[in-house]
Design a protein around this ligand. Structure first.
Ligand code: PRX
Length: 661
């Protein structure tokens, strides 16, 4: 990280401002709270809630959550370890389903599920039905020997059973580790091994572009060397034949058929672990980010309610896959704790054609819609005739996440999804943060491409290398100065890396300063713009992938000696993966081998990490300690200035990197 300067400068300043309508402001959830508290301006409210963040979160925790036992202390902050709601007992499953199922929301629809095949009907699941399904699976997991604190890996497509599996784990105090189903068996294997999961929940297969594809064979391969795994629970989704190990494999429908539909939620300590979610960092080894029950009861629900202004009648659609943090917080826990109706769509946005998402919005009267810039740019390319064919008048608010949204895509989104008038909540956050940190509220005047300001209850700033806040127009490191309830608590079994990656940078100057790993800038009005990662982490179609992970997948091929992986800017996906490969002696360069290497990465890591292009090189630039200088590789390959090369052991290698534009 130290290779790059913390500060950069901004070349283009956005001057367009899009104020919210009076109606949106007046009826917003945040405005109701402001009126109750006597705040007259957004600025004043944001300032007060940042300053009094502990008190603020205490109030939110009372407003949004039912606690089994109250806390003795709101926050115990011993940097870099925070404990919130100390001594309190709760369970996010109780808040997400139990309380709704026995209350007024029993018959309200929790999930609307749209299968990918167009001949399969949409399913609606009420909170009452959801609670029963969760309870049956929770009892089923118990019958398989799963206990509080055990880890359960969930490797599933976007179907309601995935959310049910997560909440069932939470209910009995098991810790779930969801692995994105776009990872291959290799990606699943490392995550199951690290978590030492007792059970894996999966499906026989899933539908993609109209075809049933197998999933379970990946699990068979991934658990073959994982002795911790005692059972594999399989949802029958695609109806295809899959290999079966009768001693280990259990059909989900058979398991739950035998179970009672009543199950008490375990009384968890607020700081008990709810889940581990592996995410990519600077090394090839994914980091297991740990989140807790208490924080997850409060953060996702409160931020969803304020930012997306969720009302009782809204139909909420967050298009993210549950395999990523956005799905955890805003398809499962946030909307369920609020008692919202949420869409789940199984498949591709362009199947059978580019009208599919618009059709879903029209048919289900989706009112609040949240997606990634990559999807918007894909629709932009497909053309505005697609949204024009459908009635999108049910929409009232839009959102964006996962990568910077360029102003052109922002305007296109507003015009074509939002009829030229809907506000866009561009939410900046991370797997580590659990919830949005920098985001507009429905009352905020917007600038295209800016997530605007730190949310209430947060103290986010942009610092130079010496921990000084940067002046307007100058980029620096985005940090959080104070803890928040839904923040990560640790890395699973790797406390040293946790300290090093997030807290070390400013420890000597200001201990307890969280380094997010993104560069950002503020303009003269305080509007944030996110400029991208400071570390070697790729963002491909919004998915977070580590350069090092792709490089080690390449090096695992018998013909590869070394590899350097960079992100090449891409009009639609933000970035695509490009690899520079040094072959072993005797291996012949060929176009076929390039294809084979890309396929090899797909097999090892999954389609999500597929390199778009492979180039053969004789050498790659390295530091004297042998670290590949990806920054230099990237600059040379893209035809940008390579900067200071004095740290290189082999400056001649730079010349050999081809221009790839
Ligand atoms: O670089 C930022 C980018 O996504 C990173 C976090 O990735 P992940 O943990 O996979 O979580 C993605 C979903 C929250 C951040 O460090 N990022 C996320 N949201 C935005 C963003 N970049 C710019 N604008 C955003 N709204």
């Amino acid at each position: 990280m130290a290779e790059q300067k913390a500060t950069t400068s901004v070349l283009l300043e956005e001057t367009r401002i899009f104020p919210p309508s009076k109606e949106l402001v007046e009826n917003s959830n945040v405005m109701a709270w402001m009126k109750k508290k006597g705040f007259t301006t957004e600025k004043e409210m944001r300032a007060w809630t940042s300053q009094h963040y502990i008190q603020f979160w205490g109030e939110m925790a009372k407003d949004y959550v039912d606690w089994f036992e109250p806390w003795a202390q709101l926050l115990n902050w011993q940097p870099p370890y925070a404990k919130w709601f100390v001594g309190a007992k709760c369970n996010v499953a109780y808040n997400a389903v139990d309380r709704h199922a026995k209350g007024a929301k029993k018959d309200k629809v929790a999930y609307i599920f749209v299968p990918e095949p167009t001949d399969q009907p949409t399913q609606k699941i009420t909170y009452g039905e959801l609670a029963k399904a969760v309870n049956r699976l929770a009892n089923g997991l118990k019958s398989l020997g799963v206990q509080k604190g055990d880890r359960v890996s969930i490797y599933m497509p976007m179907i309601p059973e995935t959310a049910i599996a997560m909440v069932a784990c939470a209910k009995i105090g098991a810790i779930h580790s969801v692995v994105f189903s776009g990872f291959s068996s290799g990606g699943l294997n490392s995550r199951v091994l690290d978590a030492e999961s007792k059970v894996v929940i999966t499906t026989d297969g899933f539908f993609r572009r109209g075809k049933p594809l197998p999933l379970k064979p990946n699990v068979d391969e991934a658990v073959s060397n994982a002795p911790s795994v005692q059972k594999v629970v399989v949802v029958k989704r695609a109806g295809i034949e899959v290999p079966w190990n009768p001693a280990r494999d259990v059909w989900y429908h058979e398991l739950v058929a035998k179970q009672s539909d009543a199950c008490e939620s375990e009384k968890m300590d607020a700081e008990d672990r709810l889940f581990i979610l592996y995410t990519s960092g600077t090394t090839g080894k994914p980091k297991g980010i740990e989140h807790v029950h208490g924080g997850y009861c409060v953060g996702p629900a409160q931020t969803l309610h304020w930012v997306f202004d969720i009302k009782e009648t809204d139909v909420w659609w967050c298009t993210a896959d549950v395999g990523w943090i956005t799905g955890h917080s805003y398809v499962v826990y946030g909307p369920l704790v609020l008692g919202t109706t949420t869409m789940i769509y199984e498949g591709s946005p362009d199947f059978p054609d580019f009208g599919r998402w618009f059709q879903i919005i029209q048919d289900n009267k989706v009112s609040v819609f949240y997606t990634a810039p990559t999807a918007i740019r894909m629709f932009m390319k497909a053309g505005e005739t697609w949204p024009k064919k459908y009635d999108l008048s049910s929409l009232r608010l839009l959102g964006s996440v996962g990568e910077p949204i360029n102003p052109e895509a922002w305007i296109w989104y507003r015009d074509n999804f939002g009829g030229g008038k809907l506000q866009i909540m561009d939410t900046w956050w991370q797997t580590e943060t659990g919830t949005f940190l920098v985001s507009p509220l429905p009352i905020t005047p917007l600038k295209p491409g800016s997530p605007t300001f730190p949310l209430p209850g947060f103290n986010i700033d942009i610092l130079d290398e010496d921990a000084n806040p940067v002046p307007p127009g100058t980029g620096g490191n985005i940090v959080s100065n104070t803890p928040w309830p839904s923040m990560l608590r640790a890395f699973y079994r790797d406390p040293e890396r946790y300290k090093k990656e997030y807290w070390q940078m400013y420890w000597e100057i200001r201990p307890g300063t969280y380094l997010a790993g993104d560069k950002a800038t503020k303009d003269k009005d305080g509007y944030f713009t996110i400029q991208g990662r400071i570390d070697d982490v790729l963002k491909v179609a919004g998915h977070r992938i580590s350069n090092a992970e792709v490089e080690s997948a390449l090096v695992s091929h018998p013909k590869v000696a070394e590899a350097a992986v960079i992100g090449k800017p891409d009009e639609v996906k933000g970035e695509v993966i490009v690899a520079f490969v040094i072959l072993r002696t005797g291996a012949q360069e060929s176009e076929d081998l390039k294809k084979e290497l890309s396929k090899h990465v797909r097999t090892v890591l999954g389609p999500v990490a597929y390199p778009e292009a492979v180039f053969f090189v004789k050498d790659v630039p390295k530091t004297r300690s042998g670290k590949i200088m990806r920054r230099v590789v990237k600059a040379k390959a893209l035809g940008n200035p390579t900067g200071d090369l004095s740290a290189l052991a082999n400056p001649e290698a730079v010349e050999a990197i081809p221009l790839i534009k």
